[in-house]
Design a protein around this ligand. Structure first.
Ligand code: ZN
Length: 283
């Protein structure tokens, strides 16, 4: 056996590639056609691309290519103090839940939201997001779509998410208590640094609705759009995957690489081929 090639034996039928991994290169249709031609069985839909394509068109493209949609990204952002703005963002996420159902998706990924201009009360923002989440879950329960709450890395607290740890995400799930409807998206990029990661993955258990994968580059230059290809960074992806697998997780391994300076600049077929290769060698 060639020692330079290791094959972890990951099942190719469990690989999903999120559309945002080809944000700059592909339209909704182009990404689905490419995934289909490369035998990628599933994708995480990027809502802006879905919106561009239109729901009817998107539903047809997805059905024609037999691509599974474990997740649509991303709704939520529900920390507004102003009631009108708060309800607007909840209504938007409710529509996203409806659209997820209409294209045959399984879960809507939901982010808490950051701190508005001038807002300094992070406890309030967290309470507000939890209140919004409870309202969304009610709507999701009526549609059969699951809500996958995704904590984000602490460096994006002000911009995107006042929810930063799996422990908090588990606490919020405990408080809302909607088993089977409300769960968690574990994103390696967001949670890899957490000293309590293993314990909180085990605690999440069946709540893990999605597992997002990318790497953290040692010299990262942007905390949101400079994610690394698996194997190029510092995250022990195999260890995190093993912890997620140990919960009985049988969903997709969803590769989600936001990379303005690197992977968004490559031909899309090359990105997909690299992901397929690293899926077998780096996680
Ligand atoms: Zn993610």
């Amino acid at each position: 056996m060639n020692a330079s090639v290791s094959n972890n034996g990951l099942d190719p039928s469990r690989l999903a590639i999120h559309q945002i991994s080809l944000l700059e290169q592909c339209s909704f249709r182009q990404s689905i056609e490419l995934f289909s031609s490369k035998n990628i069985p599933a994708t995480g839909v990027w809502y802006d691309k879905l919106h561009e394509a239109g729901i009817d068109e998107a539903r047809t493209i997805v059905a024609d290519h037999g691509i599974a949609i474990p997740a649509v990204c991303a709704g939520g952002l529900m920390t507004h103090r102003n009631d009108l703005e708060f309800h607007k963002s909840i209504d938007r996420s409710r529509r996203m839940i409806d659209h997820t159902a209409e294209i045959g998706g399984r879960s809507l990924v939901v982010l808490a939201g950051g701190l508005e201009n001038g807002e300094k009360d992070i406890d309030y923002a967290r309470k507000r997001a939890l209140e919004g989440l409870a309202r969304l879950v009610e709507h999701a329960a009526n549609t059969g779509i699951r809500v996958a709450l995704e904590p984000l890395h602490p460096m994006v607290t002000s911009l995107r998410s006042v929810l930063n740890t799996l422990a908090e995400a588990n606490d919020w799930c405990d408080q809302i208590n909607a088993e089977g409807i409300l769960g968690i998206a574990v994103d390696t990029y967001a949670v890899w640094w957490d000293p309590r990661l293993d314990e909180q993955i085990a605690r999440a258990g069946k709540r893990i609705f999605g597992f997002h994968i990318s790497d953290w580059l040692a010299d990262t230059r942007d905390v949101r759009v400079d994610r690394g290809m698996m194997g190029d960074g510092v995250i022990d992806l195999a260890a995190i995957r093993a912890a997620v697998d140990a919960t009985g997780y049988d969903g997709y391994y969803e590769v989600e690489i936001l990379s303005a300076r690197d992977w968004w600049q490559h031909p899309p077929a090359q990105v997909v081929e690299t992901i397929k290769q690293r899926y077998q060698t780096a996680m």
